[in-house]
Design a binder for this molecule. Structure first.
Ligand SMILES: [Zn+2]
Length: 260
């Protein structure tokens, strides 16, 4: 089908950022805008980190945050939540249009909240996520994982786009039983470190390899890269894993779109 017209809405996931943890984000070696999901007519933005609004506007075709139906925060860390307030303001057209839903772990709303109190009445609802629960944003439904091991409340996500099960494995330390939740066709996995860094609750590449072995998705997408992963060139590492595991493994890049 040559010459796709822009009028037809497609289901897609677009990476508005692939930065992981502090330094890649601070230096913007990769962008940190989160992941935009368009599914069955619903638009959802996951983890709008610093620059998310700018990445939406700079997208081609442009992504308009005032068309968002929901925002999901996997956890409160800045690389995931830096732009959440401005995105709430954009989703609700400056607070003049009460619309959209916001889902986040409880500690994003409590003392020292990342979601400012003054705009909490802008969306239709703000709901605190719980482990192993199911939620709905219009036609888009998603499930939360068990509680991850990370310095703040963190949940991964799983949802269906058409018939494809997509899982997003957010920041965590590896633990046994982690992969039980993540059985999926497409597994998006946060890989911060090239080598394990005991004491820091993030996955490394060998741990991501173990996760992919256990989950056996049709396709694994590595993202959320720290400095050591960038230095090792994620796409090269992804090719190595593809050969080793017999599963298609790709490295996400800023602006990468997966269509369904
Ligand atoms: Zn984190």
């Amino acid at each position: 089908m040559a010459g796709i017209k822009k009028a037809k809405p497609l289901d897609f996931i677009k990476f508005l950022g692939t930065a992981g943890a502090r330094f890649v984000m601070i230096k913007q070696l990769r962008a940190s805008g989160g992941i935009w999901i368009s599914s069955a007519g619903s638009n959802v933005l996951v983890d709008p980190g610093p620059g998310s609004l700018v990445r939406c506007e700079a997208s081609r075709p442009k992504l308009d945050p005032s068309t968002l139906d929901g925002i999901i925060l996997t956890h409160r860390h800045l690389d995931h939540s830096g732009d959440i307030n401005v995105i709430i303001e954009a989703m609700t057209e400056g607070g003049f249009k009460k619309r959209g839903a916001v889902f986040c772990p409880e500690d994003a709303l409590e003392d020292d909240p990342v979601i400012l109190k003054y705009l909490r009445q802008f969306p239709e609802k703000i709901e605190a996520l719980r482990a192993g629960s199911r939620y709905r944003i219009k036609e888009f439904s998603f499930q939360t994982s068990m509680k991850h091991i990370h310095p703040c409340l963190t949940y991964g996500l799983k949802f269906k786009i058409g018939k494809t099960i997509v899982a997003l494995l957010a920041d965590t330390k590896y633990f046994s039983g982690l992969t039980n939740f993540y059985k999926s066709d497409i597994l998006i996995i946060s890989v911060v470190f090239l080598n394990p860094r005991p004491g820091i609750a993030h996955l490394s590449l060998p741990e991501a390899e173990q996760v992919i072995r256990e989950v056996k998705p049709k396709k694994a997408i590595l993202t959320h890269f720290g400095m050591s992963m960038l230095a090792a060139r994620p796409h090269v590492q992804a090719e190595v894993l593809t050969r080793k595991l017999g599963v298609e493994v790709v490295a996400a890049y800023d602006g990468m779109t997966v269509t369904f």
